[in-house]
Design a protein around this ligand. Structure first.
Ligand code: C2E
Ligand code: MG
Ligand code: MG
Length: 276
């Protein structure tokens, strides 16, 4: 009954404009500068408040609603990026957008994304699509072809939650992906065990060897930040910096970024820089 109720509410939610996006900053771990945002969908139910995507994305996949919702998410996130580019022309930003399994098999996905980018007059190279290992590994050849077509629009590609799914290392270098996102479960356990630190270290080394950017997810403590920095991870996101924010909160953060001094522990300065 609950499931049926959820399905019917989801259908009307789309008609009633109850979906919105929150944006979590992705920051440069060395400088603290915001390099972009990840768009995260939220469902605001008037009688219940915010519902997290974990509770409804799968149902939208099963009912097929994700096709419309996914297209709406892509357009809304791209439009927000365009608005920020106009408001903060000196601050280059990227927008990361999650793709769901069903979208990945949508035949007109590339055309739809291409149309949206053209309509918004937005360069695809500032938009990164996040896909998971399991989405790719189901049909490696089909997925690789689709990834190349998405790259043809100039879009960047990231592997989300890396390390939690199943992917073959022998394939990894053949995928036209730009970024590895280290799953938050590894980052979260870094404080507890040396083994977890070694896993994170190994993922970073792998990413570097494959010449991919690295983004650590779920950074919550200063210790995690210091360790990730020391291991050479370039970027990250997590509650230590900011929770996902509404449009106005994210805009306010871009207008008034946190002061450099409050960002993490001061780095050991190289001797030459100290003298200068
Ligand atoms: P994800 O793409 O890996 O997104 C990161 C999740 O980690 C987000 O949860 C975010 O709020 C949460 N997070 C960020 N920093 C921290 C932290 O420091 N600690 C902890 N404990 N959590 C943190 P959220 O928004 O609930 O999204 C969950 C998942 O739902 C996402 O995982 C993604 O797989 C999916 N999702 C979210 N938005 C979308 C969307 O627009 N489209 C699709 N297809 N899936 C989405
Ligand atoms: Mg993601
Ligand atoms: Mg993730």
């Amino acid at each position: 009954m609950r499931r049926l109720e959820l399905e019917s509410h989801l259908l009307s939610a789309f008609e009633n404009d109850e979906f919105l996006l929150h944006y979590q900053p992705i920051v440069c771990l060395q400088s603290g500068q915001i390099t972009g945002f990840e768009a995260l969908v939220r469902w605001y139910r008037p009688e219940e408040g915010f519902v997290s995507p974990g509770q409804f994305i799968q149902v939208t996949e099963e009912t097929g609603l994700i096709v419309h919702l996914g297209q709406w998410i892509f357009r809304a996130a791209c439009a927000q990026l365009k608005a920020w580019e106009q408001q903060f022309p000196d601050h280059p930003l990227t927008m990361s957008i999650n793709l769901s399994r069903r979208q990945f098999h949508q035949t007109d996905l590339v055309e739809q994304f291409g149309d949206t980018l053209r309509e918004l007059e937005l360069g695809g190279n500032r938009v990164q699509l996040e896909i998971t290992e399991s989405m790719i590994m189901r049909d490696v050849d089909g997925a690789t072809e689709l990834m190349h077509r998405l790259k043809g629009l100039g879009l960047k590609l990231a592997i989300d939650d890396f390390g939690t799914g199943y992917s073959s290392l022998s394939y990894l270098h053949r995928f036209p992906t730009d970024t590895l996102k280290i799953d938050q479960s590894f980052v979260g356990r870094m404080d507890q065990s040396g083994d977890e630190q070694e896993i994170v270290h190994t993922i970073i080394a792998l990413g570097q060897k494959l010449r991919m950017d690295l983004v650590a997810e779920g950074i919550e403590t200063q210790t995690q930040l210091n360790r990730l920095r020391a291991m050479g991870c370039q970027r990250g996101q997590g509650y230590l910096f900011a929770k996902p924010l509404g449009r106005d909160g994210a805009t306010a953060l871009l207008a008034n970024p946190w002061p450099r001094a409050s960002f993490g522990a001061p780095e050991e300065q190289p001797k030459a820089a100290k003298k200068a």
